[in-house]
Design a protein around this ligand. Structure first.
Ligand code: FES
Length: 101
């Protein structure tokens, strides 16, 4: 997962709050290590630059907008634990596939 913490798509404060929530949720749900580990990093820009914080999840290629700290718990439970993207927040999908050059 790549989470943009602003400053153009959201304020740095909102981005940092989302980042802290994401780290906390991953840790609390046991997704920080092991067979189901979900790796995350924060980035300075994903070239969308509106309606952030922006989040992209691979290999599904699910692009999320408006991923505030308040929305992170639902995202972690529904997408990362249950495997179902949160459709209301996904605005684009560009999955990685094995047959791409
Ligand atoms: S600053 Fe977040 S997408 Fe550009």
């Amino acid at each position: 997962m790549l989470l943009c913490t602003g400053p153009s798509c959201c304020t740095p404060e909102a981005g940092q709050a989302a980042w802290e929530a994401l780290k906390q949720q991953i840790k609390e749900r046991g997704l920080a290590a092991g067979d189901n580990a979900c790796f995350r990093t924060k980035v300075g820009c994903l070239r969308v630059c509106c309606q952030g914080p922006m989040l992209v999840v691979y290999p599904e290629g699910a692009w999320y907008r408006g991923m505030t700290a308040e929305r992170i718990p639902e995202f972690v439970q529904q997408h990362l634990v249950e495997g179902q993207p949160v459709a209301e927040q996904v605005f684009a999908c560009n999955p990685l596939t094995a047959d791409r050059p």
